[in-house]
Ligand binder design. Structure first.
Ligand code: SF4
Length: 556
């Protein structure tokens, strides 16, 4: 390692000048690791840790785990040590990772936009019940995320997952992270193109493939054939977005370089048209550019967005065509993304006459028990399957029309309502201080309590206001693209450091893609959050013009 796919003649082709200061790009000859993460990946391919988990660590226990595996390569198997209980937010920065580590793991299971059968939903639920103290959250990357996992149980969990076609491979790490697929692929009446086969092929060819297991950092993929662009394409490293060519019909444009965190950037369109069957090749090309040309020296600059920002999309497309695809792509810019709901909540007729039903857990919090109950209902009502969404929601697919009403009643009873308030529908939260080692503040419970309070204070809210609650600057719940984006940090209150948030106001995706405004005064303690949101919403409702959305009001 590194096993370079880079061919020296590529650099000549693109005439990219060698940067003054090495960014650690393999393609420009910087093959010596420039930081400890790069060294660890060079020492041993992270995918090799799977066998050590199966045959060594799970048998010998937590204390037998090599620290380089524990805090590095385990991530490629979807495993992170979770935060030790009792460590406060103001201690996070001061402690070493070892001091933050619990002896339990978070395990992320990727769904990659797949249709989960009732048996798969039941398996996901029983794993939560049997091995994860009944945890099973739905994340905004269409994963199920467990906590309290013990290393001894991992082989049995993987076996159960594999029996229903699921796995946790490369769910974390500097790898092709879980894909976002349209939750209504193949069934929505207004779908432009069903991209399911392309995602399946990318998974088959490239997940667990050592040619693609060592990226500079994470690499996020999204693909949708639905006009609502229901996979947050603006915030992924590579997104395939449906586009109709006047001669060739439905295919995809490719957007590259999206990402939030501390230097948020919206993905830019390459302005190309590719047919469905070429999506896997183009994915491999974009991923190959990231692997070969991505910046590896500094972790803070190692996302694809920095390369795209430096090159521009014209250069990016040229490199993709000349060096990775060996052909020119058709030029066609995809349409502007629409504004509005992308989560498919509620009841919608499918093209086959049946219905799909979108359910809203509170800020993605579900449980193993709830998933088992959901599987029971799916069996009882003959529901075809379920998909997870990029908005921490669940969509049931293939519900017979005469069963919808009775099913909705039952779903309300297990806390998975298809008829949520505006607040519940539009609030997301990341993992936060409960389990995440990087967190400064509580998020899931804070978001739930905020939702309940806002439902009391504004029961008849007539317009969506999105609230994304994040436990630190990493923006896993997309801080900057919510109407009210909350970034966890310690704030001063009466001379004391307490849990609080930096507020970003007026973020949006779609046609009005905009990052929320961050003003110096926009900080609030966690305890004051309900009142702060109340005052902002009250001002908006009193001052808005007819039909003026929250983000338009903020940026007026
Ligand atoms: Fe953890 Fe921060 Fe991501 Fe929240 S935003 S899950 S606190 S890393």
């Amino acid at each position: 390692m590194p096993d370079l796919r880079f061919k020296p003649e590529r650099a000549k082709l693109t005439e990219i000048p060698r940067p003054k200061r090495a960014e650690g790009q393999w393609a420009l000859g910087y093959t010596e690791p420039l930081n400890k993460n790069e060294q660890s990946k060079k020492d041993d391919d992270p995918l090799n840790v799977r066998d050590r988990i199966l045959y060594v660590y799970s048998k010998r226990g937590f204390d037998s785990i090599d620290p380089a595996d524990l805090r590095g390569r385990f991530r490629w198997m979807g495993l992170y040590t979770q935060r030790r209980p009792g460590i406060l937010g103001n201690q996070t920065a001061a402690l070493e990772e070892e001091e933050l580590d619990d002896r339990y793991f978070m395990l992320r299971v990727r769904s990659d936009g797949k249709l989960l059968s009732p048996a798969a939903v039941r398996t996901l639920g029983t794993i939560g019940v049997d091995y994860a103290r009944d945890t099973a959250d739905v994340t905004d990357r269409e994963n199920i995320q467990y906590h309290w996992i013990q290393i001894e149980d991992v082989p049995a969990i993987w076996e159960r997952l594999e029996a229903v076609g699921l796995h946790s491979l490369e769910a974390c790490g500097d790898s092709p992270r879980p894909f976002l697929g349209s939750p209504v692929a193949g069934v929505a009446k207004d779908e432009i193109i069903d991209g399911t086969s392309a995602l399946e092929e990318i998974e088959r060819l490239y997940i667990g493939n050592k040619d693609f297991s060592n990226f500079p950092r994470k690499f996020k993929t999204a693909l949708t054939g639905h006009p609502s662009m229901d996979v947050s394409p603006e915030t992924n490293d590579v997104s395939f977005v449906a586009s109709v060519h006047p001669e060739h019909g439905a295919g995809f444009d490719v957007w590259v370089g999206g990402g939030l965190s501390t230097n948020p950037m919206a993905a830019q369109k390459l302005g190309v048209w590719i047919p469905l069957d070429e999506v896997p090749d183009v994915w491999a090309g974009v991923a190959g550019i990231f692997r070969d040309y991505g910046y590896r020296r500094l972790r803070s600059r190692a996302r694809l967005k920095f390369l795209v920002a430096d090159w521009g999309v014209e250069k990016f497309r040229e490199v993709l065509e000349n060096e990775y695809l060996g052909k020119k792509l058709d030029t066609l810019e995809s349409p502007a993304a629409p504004v509005g709901h992308r989560d498919h909540i509620g009841v919608h007729e499918q093209k086959d006459g049946r219905f799909y039903v979108g359910l809203a857990p509170s800020a993605g919090r579900v449980s193993g028990t709830a998933l088992v109950q959901l599987a029971d209902l799916m069996d009882e009502y003959g529901v075809q399957g379920a998909r997870l969404t990029a908005y921490q929601k669940i969509v049931l697919i293939g519900v017979d029309g005469d069963k919808v009403e009775a099913l909705l009643e039952q779903l309300d009873g297990i806390g998975l309502t298809a008829r949520p308030s505006n607040w519940r529908q539009n609030t997301m939260a990341c993992t936060g201080i409960e389990f995440c080692k990087l967190a400064l503040v509580d998020t899931k419970e804070r978001a739930r309590a905020l939702t309940v309070e806002l439902e009391k204070r504004f029961p008849d809210l007539d317009t969506p206001i999105t609230i994304n609650v994040n436990g630190c600057p990493n923006a896993c719940a997309r801080t900057q693209v919510a109407d009210i984006g909350l970034k966890g940090q310690m704030v001063l209150s009466d001379g004391e450091q307490v849990e609080g948030f930096q507020v970003h106001l007026g973020g949006a995706t779609g046609l009005r893609t905009n990052f929320g405004r961050k003003l110096r005064a926009h900080k609030v303690t966690s305890a004051d959050l309900d009142d702060y949101v109340t005052s902002v919403v009250t001002n908006y409702l009193a001052d808005r013009n007819d039909g003026e959305a929250f983000d338009e009001w903020v940026h007026r």
